[in-house]
Ligand binder design. Structure first.
Ligand code: ZN
Length: 177
């Protein structure tokens, strides 16, 4: 299946993969060339993420086994190709959701701050020092590239609907990574 075909498919029918789809457990491959198809794929991912009111998305979640992630916590879109965590500091504990696990929340301990390196959509290497929610989202999305899910971190809590997330847990409306 070539990339162009995938992009067409994404545009016509957003193929968001949900647990227990086995594709979510596979390891994504590095991107070797930041070409037009990769940029189109990232744009398609952003469309899906915003449509679902998510704050992050990784390519395997739409069935593309390439190391591409995006995140936007309301401070602008960050797209990273072949992201790598270079440094980690501190620990933080938070209930996370996932677009691939509707109505499921897991309390996940992650590093409070990270230094991440990747390639941007222009093909340039970028290094970002992130903390708080943005650091969390990036760690969550990189997990997706390695076949890891929030279920691997602890017991799943059933969240009946978004109201539970927004009200009882005092989350804002954007909690799905
Ligand atoms: Zn997720």
């Amino acid at each position: 299946m070539n990339e162009e075909w995938k992009i067409k498919q994404i545009e016509t029918r957003p193929p968001l993969k949900e647990y227990p789809d086995p594709i979510l457990r596979r390891t994504a491959l590095p991107v070797t060339d930041v070409c037009k198809s990769v940029r189109a794929l990232l744009r398609g991912m952003a469309r899906i993420m915003y449509n679902r009111e998510g704050i992050g998305l990784a390519a395997p979640q739409i069935g593309v086994m390439r190391r591409l992630i995006i995140a936007d916590i309301g401070e602008g879109l960050l797209s990273l190709i072949n992201p790598e965590i270079l440094d980690r500091r501190g620990e933080a504990f938070l209930l996370e959701g996932c677009l691939s696990l509707p109505n499921v929340g897991v309390k996940v301990t992650r590093n409070e701050s990270i230094v991440v390196r990747g390639i941007d959509t222009a093909g340039r290497e970028v290094t970002r020092d992130l903390s708080g929610l943005m650091a969390r989202v990036i760690q969550h999305e990189i997990d997706h590239l390695n076949g890891a899910l929030i279920l691997d971190y602890g017991p799943a809590e059933h969240l009946r609907d978004r109201a539970i997330l927004t009200h009882e847990l005092e989350y804002d409306q954007k909690t799905k990574l």
